[in-house]
Design a protein. Structure first.
Length: 202
């Protein structure tokens, strides 16, 4: 637990979500040199937890080391890898990423490769507007299926998230508490999860 607290404190900085919506991979990555830390805790099912540390060592490349704990999973750590060909440009071109999820084959979803396309549109939300995003893609391996995810801004600080990763539907809200801190409330498989996300660019 101590290492997660230390990493969380060290990671206070501008938030920049990486290559996943909730579980669905998306067509963009962290900025080069950015660390990201996420901790989600189950509120109505004790012991359920999602933890992640992400890092982008080079432009377009991202590694995530994560742990998923559920009643039917062993909670062993695993990693994801993503390569982002191009980031999404609102109303012009999609972001495109390829990669691998659960490289050590430790989660219920298993090891798989994917390609994801993220389409961005500037919506009339708040004074400056905010980007909505739709992601579609396919994955191959333990799961052979399509996936889809939507990030819809209600305001400049609040987003609604919904996705289907090929197995389950997850929904929730993302709230920008400060520039460096985002809070999330997620429902997944009947589990209500609450957590924080931090990132810092060196």
């Amino acid at each position: 637990m101590r290492v997660w607290v230390i990493l969380g404190v060290l990671s206070l900085g501008a938030i920049a979500f990486g290559d996943r919506l909730i579980d669905v991979p998306i067509g963009r990555s962290l900025s080069m040199g950015t660390f990201q830390v996420s901790d989600m805790e189950g509120l109505n099912q004790g012991g359920s937890r999602d933890r992640m540390i992400g890092y982008s060592p080079l432009t377009g490349i991202e590694f995530n080391f994560r742990q998923r704990i559920r009643a039917n999973e062993n909670g062993h750590g695993t990693f994801d890898f993503a390569y982002n060909f191009v980031s999404p440009v609102a109303a012009l071109s999609p972001g495109i990423s390829v990669g691998m999820l659960d490289g050590l084959n430790e989660t219920v979803d298993g090891r798989r490769t994917y390609i994801a396309f993220t389409f961005r549109e500037l919506l009339d939300v708040g004074e400056k507007g905010a980007n909505g995003e739709v992601t579609m893609g396919v994955q191959f391996g333990h799961l052979n299926s399509g996936f889809v995810g939507v990030s819809l801004p209600f305001s400049s600080n609040l987003r609604f998230l919904v996705e289907h990763n090929g197995v389950r539907i997850s929904t929730g809200f993302d709230l920008n508490l400060q520039n460096q801190i985002h809070g999330r409330v997620i429902t997944q498989d009947g589990i209500l999860m609450l957590g924080l996300n931090y990132s810092h660019r060196f």
